[in-house]
Design a protein around this ligand. Structure first.
Ligand SMILES: [Zn+2]
Length: 57
């Protein structure tokens, strides 16, 4: 699994630590933190083993 994981806007607002990047017009992803669908295009670098909903790619 990849260390680049999608994050929804509410989860990003809740925890603003760390490096993230934003991809405009991204398609829908599952937030690695809460499991909700998001198209915010926010990605963080995090150990996939440390989040409850890691994505594969
Ligand atoms: Zn979330």
């Amino acid at each position: 699994m990849t260390w680049t994981q999608p994050l929804c806007q509410p989860c990003r607002t809740r925890d603003e630590r760390g490096v993230f990047r934003r991809i405009p017009n991204d398609h829908s992803r599952i937030c690695c933190s809460c499991g909700e669908a998001t198209s915010a295009g926010i990605y963080i670098r995090i150990d996939p083993a440390s989040v409850p909903y890691p994505s594969e790619d």
